[in-house]
Design a protein around this ligand. Structure first.
Ligand code: CDP
Length: 227
């Protein structure tokens, strides 16, 4: 029997972390956790309640009323819940995206989400994607992958995703949002997006899903064997 490991996938906005994480979790029979969905759910709560997300104290206070979790849908895919209700679709809209990085830089928000993420990963067998998974959440993860892709490719991919959902957005709006979030995520004081020497870098600008999966699976097998 293979030992179970934790796999951390970090990187910039919209570079396909979730796609790879889901595929790896499925192939390995592991749990997939989209940590970004948790920050998005907190942001949705603040927006619904009319909390000013630029007011850290107000957000920290309102956070006491927020319970974020995951549940499996009929297709056994994990979906994020906010106070017990699935919000998987709502959290992907541009309104939430426009403010999520402001909410995610608040210390109290990170402390609460990281504690939950660490509890989920305590028994291993988790693939989690985000910005600080290999640096803060699971610093001892057996495999850490840093994903990246060119800005144009990332904006095009997210634009196509939202168009397919029927959202009324422009490519320019998406590109601006990705740049805005990347800038905040990489420069914030609390757990900025960064990479350490123990990460494997995966640039998928010119890789299709199968090629990136094959590359990552090779790393997974080596990590399971401890090499
Ligand atoms: O899917 P996409 O790349 O657009 O972003 P996401 O993974 O849904 O994350 C949304 C936002 O949550 C990011 O831009 C970060 O501000 C924040 N986030 C974070 O701070 N830490 C994480 N571990 C994951 C997401």
């Amino acid at each position: 029997m293979h030992r179970k490991i934790n796999i951390a996938i970090d990187g910039y906005s919209s570079c396909g972390k979730g796609t790879l994480a889901k595929a790896l979790a499925k192939a390995l029979g592991y749990v997939f956790i989209d940590s970004g969905a948790m920050y998005r759910a907190v942001t949705l709560y603040m927006q619904r309640e009319g909390v000013n997300v630029d007011d850290e104290d107000a957000v920290s206070l309102a956070l006491e009323h927020v319970v974020v979790g995951f549940q499996n849908n009929a297709e056994q895919q994990s979906e994020v819940t906010l106070n017990g209700v699935c919000v998987e679709s709502e959290i992907r809209n541009i309104e939430v995206a426009s403010k999520v990085s402001e909410v995610a830089k608040i210390g109290a928000v990170r402390t609460k989400m990281v504690a939950l993420q660490q509890a989920i990963g305590s028994n291993k067998g988790v693939v989690m994607d985000g910005r600080d998974i290999g640096t803060v959440v699971f610093p001892d993860a057996e495999l850490k992958i840093f994903m990246t892709a060119s800005q144009e490719v990332r904006a095009q991919r997210r634009f196509a995703e939202l168009l397919a959902k029927g959202d009324d957005v422009t490519l320019e709006e998406i590109a601006k949002n990705l740049q805005h979030r990347d800038a905040i995520d990489a420069s914030r004081e609390n757990s900025p997006l960064t990479m350490t020497a123990d990460y494997r870098v995966l640039d998928n600008s010119d890789l299709d899903r199968d090629a990136q999966f094959a590359l990552a699976m090779g790393w997974v097998e080596a990590a399971i064997q401890g090499v």
